[in-house]
Design a protein around this ligand. Sequence first.
Ligand SMILES: Cc1ncc(COP(=O)(O)O)c(C=O)c1O
Length: 395
Amino acid sequence: MDFPERFSNLPEYAFPRLRALLDAHQPGGEVLHMSIGEPKHPFPWWVSEVIAGHAGGFGNYPPNEGTPELLSAIAGWIARRYGAALDPERQVIALNGTREGLFNACLALCPETKGGMRPKVLIPNPFYQVYTVAAQAVGAEPVYLPATGATGFLPDIAGLPSETLDATAVVYLCSPSNPQGAVASHHYWSEVMALAEKHDFRVFADECYSEIYRGAPPPGALEAVAETGCDPERLVVFHSLSKRSNLPGLRSGFAAGGPETIARMKQLRNYSGAPLPLPLQRVAERAWADEAHVEANRALYGEKFEMADEIFAGVPGYRGPEAGFFLWLPVADGEAATLKLWQETGVRVLPGAYLGRGAGAANPGHGYIRVALVAPADETRRGLTAIRRTLYGTG
Ligand SMILES: Cc1ncc(COP(=O)(O)O)c(C=O)c1O
């Protein structure tokens, strides 16, 4: 029996790999999960009420691209957050979380060739793993761009040779970035969108951590489209309720972009997409219209950012995240540090290399661990204190 070659070289996914690293060893203390980025703060109290109030909707096939009410609520949020006036019917599509959208966007929008050649898809390294399988699914060549301290933890798109940019069909960017917590500035987005115009490529901006920040709200790629005057069809932005509203299980997000772009995504979804159940679309509609729960959530993360800064004060190379909910902590060897932590303290983190590509030290995640700040504050303090003591001494 033949199997396709397309995905045969995929490495083991990060979490089975973590289990293989740790599970043969006893934890050295009470187990504390800081490896998975699953939000743990409470979701808004009204969620169950809205579902119960609209339970009859489970008896209907839901509209594939989102109800008009949901699309309007999303467009309203975009206008308030980014000052961009989008047509909800033509420029927004509801998704079952951003993950499927980030995958399907490549299917719907990446051309078969660029300049007669196999197109390149640029991907920050380390990265959210769906980007690469999306590129591989359409037969494009994934090109991994280091996003390290030397490049401000974002890929240096402007520094790439013209030939690479000319051969590029799609650039995936993540801001605030997972895992590093770096934020793309106005200038960064404007430069990327100007290059997209010049070299004729698309940008998929994964902004699903946009609402968890300290200081000023992270700029959005949509703002750069308005500023640079580039073709709006070049950009798709992706947003989610998973982190913003602590609803990872709702599976609700959206993509927004140019009308032709969104029409293409809707067309593919008509054939192969799974729409969000109607009562859940009602929850999403309410969530995008409400900022109070988002502010409360951000304040809880703010306390944990402060806690991390205090606990890791004086650690060489420590940098508090600008946004998102991960610490990206420098260590000599991420796997060795993860195993040591597990065996000595029971704290479970993720080796940075599992989120990147490249062998050994050539993997930009090699010298890092990723620590999720999702647990309640007291547990987070216990975990961070154990990490500090075990990996860096008390100093
Ligand atoms: C960078 C990034 N993008 C996208 C997603 C997908 O989130 P969701 O599908 O829940 O919207 C995640 C989830 O962890 C993520 O970390």
